[in-house]
Ligand binder design. Structure first.
Ligand code: 5GP
Length: 141
């Protein structure tokens, strides 16, 4: 299936039908913690406009999406004193995409610390909540 499914997990989070640890929201974009983080502070930046991924997105989506991605990248770097920040984005199953609503991964990186597996272990909700609070504080500061 290569059409947009309005009942994908992120669409449900955007509608408020599923919970998330949100760190940022504006008219066009939401950012929340990844529940199976590949590193401490792994955050997902998600446009509100529905598209399956980058390939079928309206190009107008990308301005707000990447402006917020930059904001979140700076905030996670500050919040976790990271050495760098990885930005990742997958399109279709062969590339590693598992949730079919466009999103950008923002992952703090630390010298010598490898990434954990993609869609690996679930993080504890209290850890996600604490990390979200640190990112929100960095965004405000
Ligand atoms: P993709 O593989 O599509 O690039 O990334 C999907 C991401 O969503 C994965 O990193 C996965 O850990 C995360 N994820 C899967 N289900 C949920 C969920 O219910 N809530 C949140 N916050 N993240 C999820």
């Amino acid at each position: 299936m290569t059409v947009y499914d309005p009942d994908n997990i992120f669409a449900k989070i955007l509608r408020g039908d599923l919970p998330s640890h949100k760190v940022y929201e504006d008219d066009h974009v939401v950012a929340f913690m990844d529940v199976m983080p590949q590193g401490t502070g792994h955050t997902l930046v998600v446009p509100k406009a529905p598209s399956r991924n980058l390939l079928d997105a309206d190009p107008a989506t990308f301005g707000p999406l990447f402006a917020v991605t930059q904001k979140i990248a700076s905030a996670v770097k500050k919040a976790f004193a990271a050495d760098g920040v990885a930005i990742m984005q997958f399109n279709e199953p062969a590339s590693g995409q598992t949730v079919y609503h466009l999103h950008v991964h923002v992952i703090p990186r630390f010298d010598g610390v490898p990434l954990r597996p993609h869609t690996g272990d679930m993080e504890k909700p209290e850890v996600l909540a604490a990390n979200a609070a640190r990112i929100k504080a960095a965004l405000e500061g």
